[in-house]
Design a protein around this ligand. Structure first.
Ligand SMILES: NC(=O)c1ccc[n+]([C@@H]2O[C@H](COP(=O)([O-])OP(=O)(O)OC[C@H]3O[C@@H](n4cnc5c(N)ncnc54)[C@H](O)[C@@H]3O)[C@@H](O)[C@H]2O)c1
Length: 264
């Protein structure tokens, strides 16, 4: 937006976080692009592990499983255009994407429901290396409460609000049975958490301003089954059928991949 010289902008006290949020809103990064940034980051980390300093858009696109035009467009939203004939500097791109995703600071995570899945998540080393610190494990089962898992002691769900407040939890991971998930979600939100990662097979209702990402491996398997069926000839046989594209992040259901017919 242009301002006339006669009306200089008024100075306001803003925090660095507000500035970053405004910058992002100004740049208008699409949600689908945001959903692909972690995929690029994973590919870049693997290049870094192999000691690769620069990468072409084609190589990075192949490593990330997208087409190179989409990758270049996504990265242009970050102001990253690469250098003709050289490509992108891996280290700097890691920094740019990490900064955009808010990964240059640590996020405190609590896992609620410490059964098969909760335990596996608690033991996953990949969180810490990406800036997510698991600071609380909570369960309702007296037989599990008190167990020591990966350096943490499982606490009773009654302690949920205290754990969130005292340890500054900003992301709640729900790994309870479906029937308990909404109540747990309501409690974490009431305690001030605005980001929820939900593994329970249920759609959670949250107030505006709270982000819920849902992980559902059975949906991923169903998408693979769909493609397997098509490769094998499918129920539609030789009939003309539309082309399909698997899209991420901006579909009708939050966070899930979905399949959309596209013009062939
Ligand atoms: N999203 C996926 O891809 C995926 C994959 C596997 C399982 N799941 C789902 O994840 C959830 C956990 O699966 P699991 O195999 O670990 O089950 P599990 O039964 O082994 O563990 C669930 C845990 O939640 C605890 N719990 C129950 N009610 C609670 C409450 N109100 N507060 C706190 N803790 C509570 C139980 O005591 C138990 O320890 C289930 O909803 C399951 O359907 C999702």
């Amino acid at each position: 937006m242009f301002r006339s010289a006669s009306s200089p902008p008024k100075k306001q006290a803003v925090t660095p976080r507000q500035i970053r949020t405004r910058e992002r809103a100004d740049r208008g990064i699409p949600e689908a692009t945001v959903a692909r940034l972690p995929v690029y980051l994973r590919a870049l980390h693997s290049l870094q592990d192999r000691g690769i300093a620069t990468v072409s858009s084609e190589e990075l696109a192949t490593a990330a499983g997208v087409n190179s035009a989409k990758l270049r467009k996504d990265l242009s939203h970050l102001g990253s255009y690469g250098t003709r004939g050289v490509g992108y500097e891996v280290e700097y791109l890691v920094y740019q994407i990490s900064r955009e995703l808010g990964l240059t600071q640590d996020w405190v995570v609590a896992i609620i429901g410490v059964g098969n899945l909760g335990r596996a998540l608690a033991g996953y080393g990949g969180f810490a290396s990406r800036g997510f610190r698991v600071a609380g494990l909570l369960d309702a089962d007296a037989g599990i409460v008190g167990a020591h898992i990966c350096g943490l002691t499982v606490e009773h769900i009654d302690e949920l609000e205290t754990v969130i407040k005292d340890r500054g939890v900003s992301i709640a991971v729900i790994a309870t049975p479906a029937g308990a998930a909404q109540v747990v979600c309501d409690r974490v939100v009431a305690a001030g958490v605005t980001s929820v990662l939900n593994f329970a097979p249920v759609v959670l209702t949250v107030p505006e301003g709270v982000d819920v990402r849902k992980v559902d491996l059975s949906i991923e398997l169903q998408i693979l089954a769909f493609h397997e069926q098509r490769k094998a000839g499918g129920p539609m046989g030789d009939q003309a059928e539309p082309e399909y594209e698997v899209l991420e992040g901006d579909g009708p259901s939050d966070g899930a991949q979905y399949i959309e017919a596209v013009d062939a």
